[in-house]
Design a binder for this molecule. Sequence first.
Ligand code: ATP
Ligand code: MG
Length: 339
Amino acid sequence: MTSPAVLADGLVKSYGQVRALAGVDLEVAEGTLVGVLGPNGAGKTTAVRILATLLRPDSGTAQVAGHDVMREPDAVRASIGLTGQYAAVDENLTGRENLELVGRLLHIGRHEARARADELLAAFDLSDAGGRPARTYSGGMRRRLDLAASLVGRPAVLFLDEPTTGLDPASRIALWEVVAGLRRDGTTILLTTQYLEEADRLSDRIAVIDGGRVIAEGTSTELKDRLGEDVVDLRVTDASRTGEALDLLRDLAATAPRAEDSAGRISLPVHHGAGILAEVVRRIDGAGLELAELSLHRPSLDDVFLTLTGRSAEAAAAAEPTPSRRRFGRRSATPEATA
Ligand SMILES: Nc1ncnc2c1ncn2[C@@H]1O[C@H](COP(=O)(O)OP(=O)(O)OP(=O)(O)O)[C@@H](O)[C@H]1O
Ligand SMILES: [Mg+2]
């Protein structure tokens, strides 16, 4: 096996009192796409900035494309492309001028820079808009231009920091296709995202990051399997008896069952769900309870996130601790207030 294109080992980084990274290990095999999935404040951008040589870690080491990020930053920079969380295009230049400028900064000749700009404008469906100032572009066009700019130097390794945050669904799907195409063409990609669906769709492997730590890593299927094979969702008509129903069913669960919302929905991760459905019905009936809903589904990445962190991805994002709260060490596994 060749050595991984990206290898981070024990990265720690604090900003004053805020511990942004608390020992992050990451590995991206050559030619694969790893999704780093985590809520606001998890440490995604900090990790990407360290790997892209823009920030020094307090401790830990990292290699990108075979070069140490601290000892050989120039060699790392020559091998990577970076699309930041906020588009870095020059608003007053046209799309084509933006790309040509990057080419010139990379010291590829004027003629070559021009050709590369045209090629990328075409690839990103920006040929028609290429002569217009970037300030006239929509959000989706800006992201595509930004991504195109990071590809001018034909990087072997690409870092995409939340490439679709803030895009409408159609632009998001268009960008997914572009990213999937780059991955098919052999580019190694590390992509950060807050979207479970995005990580699920694009990634060969997923690292779930929370509170500056990787809390789970694997293929999407492996992560889903950690929950048990299936999830039985149910609700009893009398919501006030949800706790009673939960107690009746607890021993059927592969991992801790959850009562999710005020409506009294219960989620039960189970092995061999089909066989268990009949038993669920028997027990609920036997206790004189009535089922309002009963269904069986494969766990989603959202279920995985909830199990790993005790919070939904959305609640976690909403509950990003302020620096003063974060000072008190590890976050608890109980749901945080989202108000
Ligand atoms: N320059 C800074 N000064 C102080 N604190 C910072 C700085 N940059 C980041 N932080 C803090 O470090 C933690 C990790 O931030 P980071 O930007 O890496 O998270 P993220 O996962 O990229 O979040 P988001 O999804 O919101 O972009 C957060 O608590 C954040 O408030
Ligand atoms: Mg970020």
